[in-house]
Design a protein around this ligand. Structure first.
Ligand SMILES: Nc1ncnc2c1ncn2[C@@H]1O[C@H](COP(=O)(O)OP(=O)(O)O)[C@@H](O)[C@H]1O
Ligand SMILES: [Mg+2]
Length: 350
């Protein structure tokens, strides 16, 4: 199968429900064949964006185009969108094969076409051996694979995935996440994947768009969003959850005794707050240290060391558990920061 995706574009899309601005000027382009993940907390407007693209909801203002054509007035059944939701969307009393073939029947395909296409799709998601079972006999992860096969069976122009993994347990979730990406690359369908799970978004998408209160705060390749968040909200979302007083001048910042270059999005001068990842901090036991260990959380291969600075600031450092042995609560420590650029934001924003 070749990449056959189409371009999708949201232009200044707003959706107001009463007093809630579910979407507030969303502008977003998906390249043909691209997979974009919209990432953000519950209530930030992800599902609304997806429903508007599917035609299940109308924007209050703004436009949506698919393959260059304005679809704002096109009814949902004419948009050719494949959708997968959180869970429990299969018909439990139909077989797996009939579930996958369902949309093809609605589209007037004859029985042979339907069966062949559904069988191909079940091959694609690795469930051929289960095609005669009832949907209700499958595990949650298998049901979501069937839902994916069903969504793709109609050869949709766009694939819409609304938190398809959130009802599954962690191990199945990671497996299915990789499976969805493999299948998406194979079929080449332009895909909008929405999730509140940072790791999931970063793992599957070509680009990740971080949403906050109906707005897109930043959109970039996963490694970029992770390494160079440009707003305090995005920073917090990708794990820069330490806040340390910092001073900025001439493109550098003084923080925790180190001098670091400032990251894009930082204040240009004066006092602010540096946002720092636990992985960027190292803790060393030192009788002359001015910080103190408050507690240690053991997480298997790594541990989180919670510390208190002389001025009362609390910080979390991540360390290999093998190094956490000498760091009992109360131990005086020295905290050092990795030599990378630092995002320094106004104190009021942090
Ligand atoms: N049909 C609706 N009527 C009223 N408010 C709604 C409706 N749908 C969504 N909202 C509100 O719009 C905001 C965004 O919702 P939603 O798009 O579902 O967020 P998400 O999918 O990111 O959790 C929320 O505040 C939600 O309560
Ligand atoms: Mg939602």
């Amino acid at each position: 199968m070749t990449r056959n995706g189409v371009a999708v574009e949201f232009t200044d899309v707003t959706r107001v429900y009463g007093t809630v601005r579910a979407l507030d000027g969303l502008t977003l382009q998906l390249e043909p064949g691209e997979m974009v993940a919209l990432l953000g907390p519950s209530g930030c407007g992800k599902t609304t964006a997806l429903r508007i693209l599917a035609g299940l909801d109308d924007p209050t203002s703004g436009r949506v185009t698919v393959d260059g054509r304005d679809v704002t007035e096109v009814p949902p059944n004419k948009r050719d969108m494949g959708m997968v939701f959180q869970a429990y969307s299969l018909f439990p009393h139909l077989t797996v094969l009939d579930n996958v073939a369902f949309g093809l029947k609605l589209r007037g395909k004859n029985k042979t076409e339907r069966t062949d296409r559904a069988a191909d799709m079940l091959d694609l998601v690795g469930l051929s051996a289960h095609k005669e079972k009832y949907a209700s006999q499958l595990s949650g992860g298998q049901q979501q694979r069937v839902a994916l096969a069903r969504a793709l069976a109609i050869q949709p122009r766009v694939l819409l995935l609304d938190e398809p993994l959130s009802a599954l347990d962690a191990k199945v979730r990671a497996q299915l996440r990789d499976e969805i990406r493999r299948v998406q690359l194979e079929v080449g369908t332009t895909t909008l994947f929405v999730t509140h799970d940072q790791e999931e978004a970063l793992a599957v998408a070509d680009r990740v768009g971080v949403m906050n209160q109906g707005r897109l705060e930043q959109i970039a390749a996963p490694a970029d969003v992770y390494a160079h968040p440009t707003t305090p909200f995005v920073a917090e979302f990708v794990g820069l959850n330490n806040k340390v007083g910092a001073e900025v001048a001439d493109g550098t910042t003084h923080v925790l005794g180190a001098t670091l270059p400032v990251a894009a999005g930082s204040i240009s001068a004066g006092r602010g707050v540096a946002l720092v990842r636990p992985e960027s901090l190292a803790v060393t036991a030192d009788p002359a240290g001015t910080a103190q260990v408050a507690s240690v959380s053991f997480l298997g291969p790594i541990s989180l060391v919670h510390c208190t600075l002389a001025d009362g600031t609390r910080l979390v450092a991540q360390t290999a558990s093998a190094h956490a042995g000498g760091l009992a609560p109360g131990t005086p420590v020295r905290i050092s920061i990795e030599q990378t650029e630092a995002l320094v934001v106004p104190s009021a924003a942090a």
